[in-house]
Ligand binder design. Structure first.
Ligand SMILES: [Zn+2]
Length: 267
């Protein structure tokens, strides 16, 4: 038997051993929406990116003497209204998402796993705000879960030019990350034909738009997906894993580990 980084792949006896060991357990929770990501990238683009980050962080910390990092089953349903006009978007309401996050973290904390870190890559403001609300509620109960909010300016600064511009739905940035993690799920012929769509999501969201077609995303993407490469994706994963490891260390040390609402959240 090889050691899986996935929490749910283990037996309860292994989980008990983990609880009895001096290592501090940290559970990464991949979060994303099942929703349209252009005519080239799968509905599962956001969860794939979150899993890609979590797996790299787990690999990096595999031999850490103090931490035992495992990955929770993915939460692939999100508050998803902007892509409702395209086939395949699955929306769950704010209350459903809030309850799921609070209940899962509460259940884990009660049995000795207080350090859950949300690894989220769906940036619709109502979704991001709901995650923050759930974490506020948990914090009020004494459960401090972690969250790397990539919509914060200082986080975005460490990512690619396209991401910083806010042209970050199924464009070069996200498509590169999928190419590095699940290359067979990207339709490269469709990708190569897609023209650049220069729409900054924070700007159109700030202007009050709530539907991708109204925002100018006629094919459910913005940015330049035709320029995506697996190499860029791998480089982005490096930066994303760096930030996540820093956040985990701060969370376990009790000196941080929770970003507050970011760029999109303020609009
Ligand atoms: Zn996405």
């Amino acid at each position: 038997m090889t050691a899986s980084p996935y929490f749910a792949d283990l037996t309860y006896t292994r989980i008990q051993e983990l609880l009895d060991s001096p290592q501090v357990p940290v559970l990464l929770w991949p979060v994303g929406s099942t929703e349209p990501h252009g005519p080239h990238s799968p509905l599962s683009t956001d969860p794939i990116i979150s899993i890609g980050i979590a797996e790299r962080v787990a690999r990096r910390l595999a031999d850490d003497p103090e931490l035992a990092v495992l990955i929770l089953p993915t939460l692939a349903y999100a508050v998803t209204r902007y892509t409702a006009g395209f086939a395949g978007a699955i929306h769950v309401g704010e209350e459903t998402l809030r309850s799921m996050v609070v209940d899962v973290c509460r259940s884990l904390a009660a049995q000795g796993f207080p350090h859950v870190v949300l690894v989220n890559n769906h940036f619709e403001p109502e979704h991001v705000q709901t995650l923050h609300r759930a974490l506020d509620e948990l914090e009020a109960e004494g459960v401090r879960a972690g969250y790397l909010d990539l919509t914060r300016r200082e986080r975005a600064q460490r990512l690619t030019e396209e991401f910083k511009l806010g042209e970050c739905h199924a464009g070069r940035y996200e498509t590169s990350l999928v190419l590095a993690q699940e290359p067979e799920l990207v339709d490269r012929e469709a990708m190569a034909r897609l023209p650049y769509v220069g729409v900054s999501l924070p700007e159109v969201i700030a202007a009050g738009l709530k539907d991708f077609r109204d925002m100018g995303l006629a094919d459910a993407y913005c940015g330049a997906p035709a320029e995506a490469t697996a190499e860029e994706g791998e480089a982005s994963y490096e930066a994303l894993a760096d930030m996540t490891v820093e956040l985990i260390r701060a969370l376990v040390a009790g000196t941080g580990g929770r970003d507050r609402s970011g760029l999109f959240g303020r609009v």
